[in-house]
Design a protein around this ligand. Structure first.
Ligand code: NAD
Length: 378
C-alpha cells in the first residue's frame, strides 16, 4: 500500500477505564469539524446544549455548529465571559439556569467548549443539574487537553480559594482537537506545556527525554508532535486516575510542582502575572531543587529541568515573576492552604530522579526555608 502524505493522520483513542464511568479521549485533528458524527451515538435526541466563553466562541463556535449539523445534531449555545473569574457561583448559576430553561433532560448531553475554566465550570453544572447529566468535553487549550478535561474533577472557585467547590463527575467523551491549538496564544501554549513536562518529571524519564528532543518543534507548531505529546500525557493521567479516581493516594503525584505553584498563584492574586501552568513549571523546578538539597536526587536532575525550561523560553525562577512576592514566611503560609495538607502538615511531591516522584510529609522546615530564601534572593 502506498503512503499518502496528504491523508489526515489517524485519531488516537485513549480509554479511561473506570467501570460504569469509563470513556474515551479522542486525540487528533479535525474532531470539531466532525463533532456531530462523534457525539450523535451518545444522544437520545439530536440536540445538544453547548457552553463556551467569548474568546473561544469567536474562534471555534461556528466550526462546532457546522460540525454538529453535518452529523444531524442541532445546538443551542451559551457564551460566558473568558477568564478565571468565570469559575464562580455567579456563572455557575447562570449556566445551570440556562440549561434548565433549555429544557435539558436527564438523558441529554451538555457540551463544554473551551479551556480548563469552561471544562471545570460546565462539568460541575452538569454534575448538579437534575442530580447529574452527561457531558462531553471539547478542550481547546493545551492545558485542558492534557489535564483538566480528563479525570472528572469539576468545580468553581470560592472567594476564599481556588477549586474549593466542586464534584467528581467524569465526562462521557473527550474530543481533543489538535487543530484547535492553532489559535492558542504562545504564552497559553507554554503554560499548558508546564503540565506536559510535569508528566515526564513525575513518572516517565523516557517521555522527558522525548520532550527534551521534540518540544521546541512542538511549540513551534508541529502537529504530529503535538498529537503525540497530548496522547502520551492523557494516557499517563488516565493510568493514574484509573488507579486512584478520588485522590486517596497515587493521584496526588499529579500535583508535582503544585504546592509551590499554588502558593505563587495565590501570591500573585491569580492574575496575568502568573498563569497556572507557569506556576507549575516553576514549582516543579523548586521541587527538584528541594529533592537535591535533601539528598534524594542528584544535583544534575534540577540542572536538567532548569536547562529544559530555559530552552523552551519558560518562566522557571521566582525572579521571572514580575512585581513583588511575599517573603519566605508568607509563601510558606500560603502553602499551608494546599489541599494536600493533612492534620496541619504540609505534604510535598519530591523526586528520586527525573521520572521517579513520591509523596512525603517529611520535609524539614529549615530545608524549605533555605530553599525559598535562596530562590527569593534570585
Ligand atoms: N479539573 C482539573 O483536573 C484541572 C486540572 C488542571 C487545571 N484545571 C483548571 O483549569 C483552568 C486553567 O485552564 P486553561 O489554562 O485552559 O484556562 P482558560 O480556560 O482560561 O484558557 C486559557 C486562555 O486561553 C484562551 N483559549 C482557550 N482555547 C483557545 C483557543 N483554541 N484559541 C485561542 N484562545 C484560547 C482562553 O480564552 C483563555 O484566555 C484553571 O481554572 C485550573 O484550575 C483543572
Amino acid at each position: 500500500m502506498s503512503h499518502d502524505p496528504t491523508a489526515a493522520p489517524a485519531i488516537d483513542d485513549v480509554r479511561v477505564s473506570l467501570g460504569a464511568r469509563s470513556y474515551t479521549v479522542r486525540v487528533g485533528r479535525g474532531l470539531i469539524a466532525r463533532a456531530g458524527a462523534e457525539i450523535a451515538p451518545l444522544l437520545r435526541r439530536n440536540r445538544v446544549c453547548v457552553i463556551t466563553e467569548a474568546t473561544v466562541a469567536e474562534l471555534q463556535l461556528d466550526g462546532l455548529r457546522t460540525g454538529l449539523a453535518e452529523g444531524g445534531v442541532a445546538m443551542e449555545a451559551l457564551i460566558l465571559p473568558a477568564g478565571e473569574t468565570t469559575k464562580s457561583w455567579r456563572y455557575l448559576e447562570q449556566a445551570v439556569e440556562w440549561l434548565i430553561a433549555q429544557k435539558v433532560e436527564r438523558g441529554d448531553v451538555v457540551v463544554a467548549l473551551g479551556g480548563g475554566v469552561i471544562g471545570d465550570l460546565v462539568g460541575f453544572a452538569a454534575s448538579i443539574l437534575r442530580r447529574g447529566v452527561r457531558f462531553v468535553q471539547i478542550p481547546t487549550s493545551l492545558l485542558a487537553q492534557v489535564d483538566s478535561s480528563v479525570g472528572g474533577k469539576t468545580g468553581i472557585n470560592s472567594p476564599l480559594g481556588k477549586n474549593l467547590i466542586g464534584a467528581f463527575h467524569q465526562p462521557s467523551l473527550v474530543l481533543a482537537d489538535i487543530d484547535a491549538l492553532d489559535t492558542l496564544p504562545a504564552r497559553d501554549f507554554l503554560a499548558g506545556y508546564g503540565e506536559v513536562v510535569k508528566y515526564g518529571l513525575l513518572g516517565d524519564a523516557a517521555f522527558f527525554d522525548w520532550l527534551d528532543a521534540n518540544a521546541p518543534a512542538m511549540a513551534a507548531g508541529d502537529k504530529a508532535l503535538r498529537q503525540e505529546a497530548v496522547r502520551h500525557s492523557v494516557r499517563m493521567k488516565a493510568d493514574i486516575v484509573e488507579r486512584d479516581e478520588t485522590e486517596q493516594g497515587d493521584r496526588a503525584l499529579l500535583n508535582l510542582g503544585h504546592t509551590f505553584g499554588h502558593a505563587l498563584e495565590a501570591a500573585t492574586g491569580y492574575s496575568d502575572r502568573l498563569l497556572h501552568g507557569e506556576g507549575v513549571a516553576i514549582g516543579c523546578l523548586l521541587a527538584f531543587d528541594l529533592s537535591a538539597r535533601l539528598g534524594l536526587c542528584s544535583q544534575e536532575a534540577p540542572e536538567r529541568v532548569a536547562e529544559h525550561l530555559a530552552r523552551m523560553g519558560m518562566k522557571r525562577t521566582l525572579s521571572d515573576i514580575e512585581g513583588d512576592l511575599p517573603g519566605r514566611d508568607g509563601l510558606i503560609a500560603l502553602m499551608g492552604q494546599d489541599k494536600k495538607v493533612q492534620d496541619g502538615t504540609l505534604r510535598f511531591i519530591l523526586a528520586r530522579a527525573i521520572g521517579d516522584s513520591f509523596v512525603t510529609a517529611d520535609v524539614p522546615r529549615a530545608a524549605l526555608a533555605e530553599l525559598l530564601d535562596e530562590a527569593l534572593a534570585g
